[in-house]
Design a protein around this ligand. Sequence first.
Ligand code: NDP
Length: 327
Amino acid sequence: MFKALMVRKDDEGHRARIENLELSAFPAGDVVVDVEYSSLNYKDALAITGRGPILKSFPMVPGIDLAGTVSESDSADFKPGDKVLLTGWGVGESSWGGLAQKAKVASQHLVLLPSSLSTQQAMSIGTAGFTAMLCVEALEACGITPEQGPVLVTGALGGVGSFAISLLAALGYTVEASTGRVEENDWLLKSLGASAVINRDELNAPGKPLQKSRWNAAVDTVGSHTLSNVCASLNYGGAVAACGMAQGMDLPASVAPFILRAVTLKGVDSVRYPAERRAAVWQRLASLLSPEQLPGLAGVCRLDEVAERAVELLDGKVRGRLVVDCR
Ligand code: NDP
C-alpha cells in the first residue's frame, strides 16, 4: 500500500484527499518509481482545487513533476536503484502523477538525474525551472545576448519567474523584475540577482500599440495585457519568450511591434519538449544554479499539506517554489 493525493469528481463534487492505494491500481506504465519529492505548480494548484479544467479524467493523482528512485522496471533503459526525474508529458493531467509515494510511468518520459543534483534539488527546480531554462534558450536562439541590454521577467515571484531571473543573472544579463509584490524587493534583488524591480501595475492595463523602448528581451509568464505591453516596449530586434497566462489567456495586441520593430514573439512549451533534448537542459540547469541557491528558491511541505497550499498558491501567497516531500 502507498499514499497518494487523489482527486475525485462525482456526485459529491470536486475533492482532493490522501488515499491508500495498491500498486495494482495503477492504470499504465513500464517503470515504478518510489517518489521522494514532487512539487506544487500553478497547474497542480488548479487541478487540486478544481479552479481550472486541467485534469482530463477522474479519479486522478495530480502532480506534473516527480523525482525518486526506480524500484521496478520492464525497460532496458532503467534499472532498480536509478535516480530519475520526470516533468510534463501530461503526467498528473491525463495519467497519474507525482503527488504520491509511488508512480508508474512510461520509461520514455523519464530523465536520469544529473549526478550533481539530489532528488530534492531536482524538484526545487521542477517544471518551473525547466520552463525558465527553455525560455532563456528560446531568447538565445533569437540572437539575444547580455550586452545588448536589459531583460524583463514578468511574474517575478512565481516559480518560472524566479528561476528565469536566477538563470539570466547567472548568464550575465541585466534583469528587471516585474511583480505585484514590490515589498519582496530585497529577495528579488539580493537573492535572485535582479538589478531593478518594477510594479506590475505599469504593465497589466491596456496600453498603446508602440511604447518607449525599455528592454531588449523578456520572459513573460503572465500573458494578456502584460504581454502586449511588453511586446510594445521592446527594442528594435528584441524578443520575448512567452510561456504563461497568470493574468489571462488573451493577447490584446497589435502587429506594430512585429512589423515596425522586428520583435519576435517565441512561444515556449515544456510539456511536449522533445525527450532526446531534455537531459542536456537538465545538465545546464545543474551547472547554472548553485546547490546553495536552491533551498532559498523553494519551501518544502508534506503530501498531506498540499491541498491547503494549493489554495494559498492560487491566492498569490506563495513565494517561489513549493517542493513536496512524498516519502
Ligand atoms: P506561479 O503561481 O508560481 O507564479 C505566477 C506569478 O504570476 C505570480 O507569482 C505573480 O507574480 C504573477 N501573477 C499572478 N496573477 C497575476 C495577474 N493577474 N497579473 C499579473 N501577474 C500575475 O506560477 P508558475 O510560475 O508555476 O507559472 C507561471 C505561468 O506559466 C502559469 O500561467 C503557468 O500555467 C505557466 N507555465 C507554463 C509552462 C509551459 O510549458 N508553457 C510550464 C510552467 C508554467 P508576482 O507575485 O511577482 O506579481
